[in-house]
Design a binder for this molecule. Structure first.
Ligand SMILES: [Fe+2]
Ligand SMILES: [Fe+2]
Length: 168
């Protein structure tokens, strides 16, 4: 695709708007993950959430770094998607009551929905950054995208183990 300077200007504005939403998204996730750690009924799952909380703090600072470079400040904008996903997760936790198997399955489902949303967000941001030649941004976005994918895969493995235990 051949981009004119007008196209680049609108793409840049779109990029900044989505970065601001990504910042809100990551901050909301850092607030939600401690509850996931607390509610998880197996050490594997609790550790997976704990590790991803640490990584997510890094995701916040990478987005802040990109926004600082692009706009001179790190303002956020409300991400409605993460708000809905977190509300759904809280409802699921309430519905699971104290049934450990259901609770862990609920937590894993909620977390994987979040990871998939993040993968979509970072895949898009990375493509736009590539198009505009923001190479330092591409590297940071790529690192985060890899961690989101790895977190999702780890959750798939934990859920398979939990299912095998439940079936045994
Ligand atoms: Fe993240
Ligand atoms: Fe994540």
């Amino acid at each position: 695709m051949k981009l004119t300077s007008e196209h680049l200007k609108s793409l840049h504005e779109l990029y900044i708007a989505h970065l601001k939403k990504a910042l809100d998204m990551e901050r909301e996730i850092t607030k939600a993950l401690p509850t996931m750690v607390e509610k998880a009924t197996t050490p594997d799952l609790a550790n997976a959430f704990r590790t991803h909380l640490k990584e997510t703090e890094g995701h916040v600072s990478r987005i802040e770094q990109i926004l600082q470079r692009q706009t001179g400040k790190a303002d956020s904008q409300t991400c409605k998607v993460i708000g809905s996903l977190i509300t759904e997760a809280k409802d699921g936790i309430k519905d699971a009551k104290d049934d450990a198997t259901v609770l862990d399955a609920t937590l894993i489902a909620a977390a994987q929905q979040v990871e998939h949303h993040e993968m979509a967000v970072y895949g898009t941001l990375r493509s736009w950054a590539q198009l505009m030649g923001h190479n330092e941004d591409v590297a940071l976005l790529e690192s985060t995208l890899k961690e989101e994918k790895a977190a999702d895969e780890k959750l798939t493995r934990i859920s398979a183990q939990a299912n095998a235990r439940a079936a045994a």
